[in-house]
Design a protein around this ligand. Sequence first.
Ligand code: SF4
Length: 290
Amino acid sequence: MSRADLLQQEMGLGPAWRPRAGWFEQHPAQLPSHAPEAGTEQAAMAAAPAEPEPPHTGDAIMAMPRETAPAVPPPAEIAAAATAQPEPAFAPEPLRAEVRVESAQLDWPQLQSQVAGCQDCRLCETRTQTVFGRGNPQARWMLIGEAPGENEDRQGLPFVGRAGQLLDNMLQAAGLDREKDVYIANVLKCRPPGNRNPAPDEIAACNGYLLQQIRHIQPTLIVALGRFAAQTLLETEDSIGRLRGKVHRYQGVPLVVSYHPAYLLRNQPDKAKAWQDLLLAHKVFRQAAN
Ligand code: SF4
């Protein structure tokens, strides 16, 4: 059994997905990256009305007895979904002004430095450190989560701990290297105390940093991880169930919504849906990169 098969088996999905002919050539590592202009575990997921995301506790899916794992679609079904994905449906893009970067555009090191010393909202009083992001600033994929959790606040990196491990496994199974092919950031750069939901004024204060990160990275595709990130980026209160399976746009960049890996740790049936989201993301990426 190949490494990818093992990873997918670990995710409870089975060795379902295989790279198709031509996929490798379209892999992010094989494509020219955009040149930059210059230079969690997260808050508990509150229930969404139509498709709730219950709070997560950080239980490791790897520690769950295999026999307790709920049924997932058979490998052939997932493989068929990969090859027979319908043409992505683009959701209407909300009317937006230009990229709303209120502060001056900084180069990457300046931006990192400004975030590290930021005191623009109350979260600076309770954080251990800011969590700027992780990965390749020239990556074609950008993953955006909600906010740092306890582990992220302690380590200064997004998506560490068990949720980060699951995300790594999913990315690897999809042929993406966390450090090379993707850049991972959060809407908020500081941990809300007690992993509470971010407040609107905190989001407003921090939004310019994320927008500047996107301007620098110029991703081909954005994946919003979790209800909160999706609703914040898309400025909607729609449930994650309504937002998944469509192609949205954020600042002109195609955006696909999926579940937060911390949520998936406790909701194994939805791992299959997350895999479908990843397949959709691959399809959108291939189209956008061409
Ligand atoms: S959350 Fe954002 S705006 Fe608030 S202090 Fe941290 S970096 Fe600054």
